[in-house]
Design a protein around this ligand. Structure first.
Ligand code: LLP
Length: 419
């Protein structure tokens, strides 16, 4: 959660008034502060790189806006991509193929061929994928994802490292996977795991690193294989609530890098943060269109809903909210912030003490930069919103909103139904 500047009750984002952004670009709108992206990247990179050579693979599933990708390209970031679409977006943003790593799950052969044809290194998730890639291109740099049997995350739906999940090669088959890779002609460069998303504490990362270190030792002993990197994945949480604590990056970096340096000859640590880099850089601004009082509740009805930001409805996630044009004013009532989607689950926030909310007010939803736009949908035939980049008092439109025509474009009515 970032603290925004307050000038006479008006929220400033990157030096621009929130109400001015809405006036110029309409509502709802996602707004990203460029400086925040740069400073988050530098904070995590420096915490690790001062201890050992580090590569940050930004998990672009969190946010694939091309302007954000450009900023991170300029910062020297690399990329974790999960689909051919993400790979192509990152190439378009200027990343060279060797700065991208493709980590798919249940990857189809056509997608594997498309990624290999672009010369993007592949992080293998299964024996099947390994064997299919060997038929396509055994010269491609690969690493292998292990299921570390260490899982964590803010919700059961985002825990990936537990034994019961679909991800990675099982721990007890991982040496066999590397042996098979060598036999097929690959020269594996690294090992990877990802425990889950939104992890607020250091311990599970340390536990997973211990697993990776012991595998690296087995690979050296049993196969004579020396890896170049250990990739500990992403999942570093952020404080969404005012009372939450930020992750202690130094403690995290020290825990992970000391295990690698003391236990292996691996030279580089790789991390794949998504949320940590972009979540708090971006807010969703949405306008109050209808205030309703029922016997039980006050509802502030806004023009963004679970179609715009699904995390509260899908995971029960907390996103902080404020009235951007009444910032710092004392709370007068408790509201649910609800959207235009025809489902009772359609809410952005529940039971929030806010200044008196009136139609026309602008609500700011915090920490919407990770998995906000990227999980938005067209449910109820609603076009995706605009995205704006602010930078030291300037504004740029970085995504135009869709039109209803865009939504209808791909549908076809069979002619026999037109009679
Ligand atoms: N690496 C891998 C292999 C991943 O699967 C993920 C996220 C990441 C890195 C980045 O995780 P992060 O640092 O952003 O937590 N939609 C959910 C999050 C799902 C994350 C899926 N994988 C949410 O809104 O919380």
């Amino acid at each position: 959660m970032r603290n925004f500047e307050n000038v006479d009750g008006q929220m400033l984002i990157g030096g621009v008034r929130a109400s001015e952004i809405v006036r110029k670009y309409g509502s709802p709108v996602y707004v990203t502060d460029e400086d925040a992206v740069r400073s988050n990247f530098r904070a995590i990179f420096n915490a690790f790189d001062r201890r050992m050579p580090t590569r940050i693979n930004y998990a672009c599933k969190a946010n694939t806006n091309l302007a954000i990708l450009r900023i991170l390209e300029q910062e020297g970031s690399c990329i974790d991509a999960v689909s051919i679409g993400e790979v192509e977006a990152c190439l378009r943003a200027g990343f060279s193929p060797d700065r991208i790593m493709y980590t798919g799950v249940n990857v189809s052969t056509p997608e594997l061929k498309a990624v290999a044809a672009l010369r993007v290194p592949i992080n293998i998730d299964s024996f099947s994928e390994l064997e299919r890639l060997a038929m396509i291109d055994p010269g491609l740099p690969i690493s292998i994802r292990v299921n570390p049997e260490v899982g964590a995350g803010h919700h059961e739906k985002v825990v990936t490292g537990a034994r019961s999940t679909k991800f990675g090669v099982p721990r007890d088959r991982i040496v066999a996977a590397y042996a098979e890779a060598l036999q097929l002609g690959f020269r594996p460069k690294g090992i990877h795991c990802h425990i889950g998303a939104g992890v607020q504490v250091v311990e599970p990362f340390v536990q997973a690193t211990e697993v990776l270190v012991s595998i690296v030792q087995e690979l050296e002993k049993e196969l004579g294989l020396r890896l170049e990197f250990i990739d500990i994945g992403g999942g570093i949480g952020i404080p969404y609530r005012p009372e939450d604590h930020a992750m202690d990056l130094d403690l995290l970096a020290e825990g992970i890098t000391s295990l690698i340096k003391n236990g292996t000859s691996v030279r580089r640590v790789v991390l794949e943060p998504g949320r940590y880099i972009v979540a708090d850089t971006t807010v969703l601004l949405t306008t109050v269109v209808d205030v309703k009082e029922t016997p039980d509740k006050k509802f502030a009805g806004v023009d963004a809903g679970m179609n715009t930001l699904v995390r509260p409805a899908f995971y029960g996630s907390y996103h902080h909210v404020a009235v951007a044009n009444k910032l710092g004013m004392p709370p007068e009532a408790t509201y649910d912030i609800v959207g235009p989607i025809c489902e009772s689950g359609d809410h952005l926030a529940k039971d929030r003490a806010l200044p008196r909310v009136e139609e026309g007010d602008v609500i700011c939803v915090y920490d919407a930069g990770a998995y906000g736009f990227s999980m938005a949908s067209n449910y109820n035939m609603r076009p995706l919103p605009r995205e704006v980049l602010v930078h030291k008092g300037t504004m740029n439109l970085v995504r135009e909103s869709e039109t209803i025509g865009d939504l209808l474009r791909y549908q076809r009515i069979p002619s026999r139904l037109m009679l």
